[in-house]
Design a protein around this ligand. Structure first.
Ligand code: G3H
Length: 255
């Protein structure tokens, strides 16, 4: 669009779109690793994009993380869409409360004048609890809403950074390191060819559900995340990337 042409990233966006085989790419200036304002610009671009595609009465499923927290911080009401419903994409993944999908989704709804529904499930579940929790009527109802989301917005993290931040057990960390996981998204850990090395057992959207959703938007920037972004898109479940200049310049070099 016109603004992107002006900012001079049009060509870079086209290149990344081709390299990663995406429908749409947006690049904001700078390196998120270095300055907070860069991450805020990224968040603002994500809000603008969401507002440009969202229609009235649609459901938006969101993940946790610091990038998504900034998207929530920048959120404002959309002028053309009413009655938006925000839901967390998946249950707890071991994050601090400010980085949890539930918290982010409630803040987004408040700022967008929308509605929200939350998932009350404890962090990483045992197989036994998982099976009984998904049978709870209140959980079943919200899971239904999540799976029918119109738009999904999520972060992408570096695998080891994410496992440590979420205080993964020694065994899980070992699995992630020996499996050479590079990226993380939705509680799934991927290696450099996009294979799933580990998956956090929790309710909500599963990787395979993403293929049924038309608009899956990844929000991830910073030079340090380029490898992770590249790895995540190897299995290609998202079709839009909102990133920054520093990550984009690394991405076009390939890995
Ligand atoms: O869910 C977390 C994301 O995969 C990455 O988190 O935005 O804090 O880097 P982040």
């Amino acid at each position: 669009n016109f603004m992107n042409e002006l900012s001079g990233f049009h060509e870079l966006e086209q290149q990344i779109k081709g390299t990663l085989n995406l429908d749409h790419v947006i690049i904001t200036p700078g390196n998120s690793d270095e300055h907070d304002w860069v991450k805020q610009e990224l968040g603002k671009a994500a809000v603008d994009y969401l507002q440009s595609i969202i229609q009235s009465n649609q459901t938006i499923a969101v993940t946790g993380g610091t990038s998504m927290a900034v998207v929530a911080e920048m959120m404002s009401p959309a002028s053309y869409a009413q009655n938006s419903m925000f839901v967390p994409a998946r249950g707890g993944l071991g994050e601090r409360v400010e980085n949890q999908a539930n918290t982010i989704c409630a803040e987004m709804a408040k700022k967008a004048n929308g509605e929200y529904r939350l998932l009350y499930v404890p962090d990483p579940l045992s197989e036994e609890s998982y099976q009984s929790i998904i049978e709870e009527p209140s959980v079943k109802e919200i899971l239904q809403i999540i799976r029918q989301a119109d738009v999904v917005m999520h972060g992408i993290g570096d695998a080891v950074t994410m496992a440590k931040r979420r205080k993964a057990s020694k065994d899980v960390l070992h699995k992630i390191e020996t499996g050479k996981a590079v990226s993380e998204a939705f509680g799934y850990y991927f290696n450099n060819v996009g294979e799933v090395i580990h998956k956090v057992r929790t309710v909500g959207m599963q990787l395979e559900d993403l293929s049924k959703i038309n608009c899956v938007i990844a929000v991830a920037g910073g030079k340090s995340k380029a490898k992770a972004i590249y790895s995540y898109f190897k299995q290609g479940k998202s079709n839009v990337l909102i990133t920054d200049e520093a990550a984009a310049n690394e991405l076009i070099k390939g890995f």
